[in-house]
Design a binder for this molecule. Structure first.
Ligand code: Z5A
Length: 216
C-alpha cells in the first residue's frame, strides 16, 4: 500500500442533514489553511464510479437485491480508492469525501439489514487498512431531515424509503460514532446553518491543531 501523507476527511449524515450545504464550507476552511484539497463523493468520484452511482440512485433497477447494492457500493469504492483517493493522499493532498464506508454500514447494514460482518469483509478487502482520519457526522432527528429534503425535486432510489429505514440509518451512524470516538465528531445539524458551521469550524480547527502538535 502506498505511503500516505495527506489526510482523509469524510462527511456523513442522513437525509437532509445538510452535507451539500456544509462541504463547500469545510473545503474553504482547509484551503484557507494552505491545504490542497481533493473534493470527491461516494458513490462516485471516478468516471466508472459515477456510472455505478447512476445505477444505484436511479430508478431503472428499483428491485435491486440488497447484496447487489452493497457490492456495487464497494465496487465503486475500489475504483475510487485506487484511481483517486490513494494517489491524492500519497501526493500529500487532502481528500474531502462526501460519504464513505460508514454510509455502507448505515444504509446497507442498518437500513437494509445486511449482516455487518459482510460489510466488514468487503471493507477489509477493498480498503486494505485505509480509513478516514476524521469523520464529521451531521446528525439530526429523522423527521427534521425528511422535512428539509422534501423541499427538493425528484427523490432518488434511497430517498423513497420510509421513516423506519432512516431511523435505522441514524441509529447505526450514532452507534459507529460511539464505537470510534477518536475518528468521529458528531455535529448537531438540527440548528441553523450558521450554528452548524460554527461547530464544524471548531472541529476542523481542533483537528488541524492536533496535527501541528504531532509534527512539532
Ligand atoms: N449510500 C449508501 O447507501 N451506501 C454507501 O456506501 C454510500 C451512499 C456511499 C447518495 O448520497 C445516496 O447513496 C445516499 C446514501 C447512499 N442516499 N440517500 N438518501 P448523497 O450524499 O449524494 O445524497 P443525499 O443523502 O441526498 O445528500 P445531499 O444531496 O448532500 O443532501 P443533504 O445532506 O441532505 O444536504 P443539503 O442538500 O445540503 O440539505 C438539504 C436541504 O436542507 C437544503 O434545502 C438546504 O438548504 C437545507 N438545509 C441545510 N442545512 C440546513 C440548516 N442547518 N437549517 C435549515 N435548512 C438547512
Amino acid at each position: 500500500m502506498t505511503i500516505r501523507k495527506g489526510q482523509f476527511i469524510t462527511v456523513e449524515g442522513g437525509e437532509g442533514a445538510g452535507k451539500s450545504s456544509n462541504l463547500a464550507f469545510i473545503r474553504v476552511l482547509l484551503e484557507q489553511s494552505g491545504i490542497e484539497v481533493v473534493f470527491t463523493r461516494e458513490p462516485g468520484g471516478t468516471a466508472l464510479g459515477e456510472d455505478i452511482r447512476d445505477l444505484l440512485l436511479g430508478h431503472k433497477h428499483t428491485g435491486m437485491a440488497s447484496d447487489t447494492e452493497l457490492m456495487l457500493m464497494f465496487a465503486a469504492r475500489a475504483e475510487h480508492l485506487n484511481r483517486l483517493i490513494l494517489p491524492a493522499l500519497s501526493q500529500g493532498k487532502w481528500v474531502l469525501c462526501d460519504r464513505f464506508t460508514d454510509a455502507s454500514y448505515a444504509y446497507q447494514g442498518g437500513g437494509r439489514g445486511i449482516d455487518m460482518r459482510r460489510i466488514q469483509f468487503l471493507e477489509t478487502w477493498v480498503q486494505q487498512g485505509i480509513t478516514p482520519d476524521l469523520t464529521l457526522l451531521l446528525d439530526l432527528p429523522v423527521q427534521t431531515g425528511l422535512d428539509r429534503a422534501g423541499q427538493r425535486s425528484e427523490p432518488d432510489r434511497f430517498e423513497v424509503e420510509q421513516t423506519a429505514f432512516f431511523e435505522r440509518v441514524r441509529a447505526t451512524y450514532l452507534e459507529r460514532a460511539g464505537q470510534e470516538p477518536g475518528r468521529f465528531r458528531i455535529i448537531d445539524a438540527a440548528v441553523t446553518l450558521p450554528q452548524v458551521q460554527s461547530q464544524i469550524a471548531s472541529v476542523v480547527t481542533a483537528f488541524l491543531e492536533t496535527l501541528e502538535d504531532v509534527h512539532e
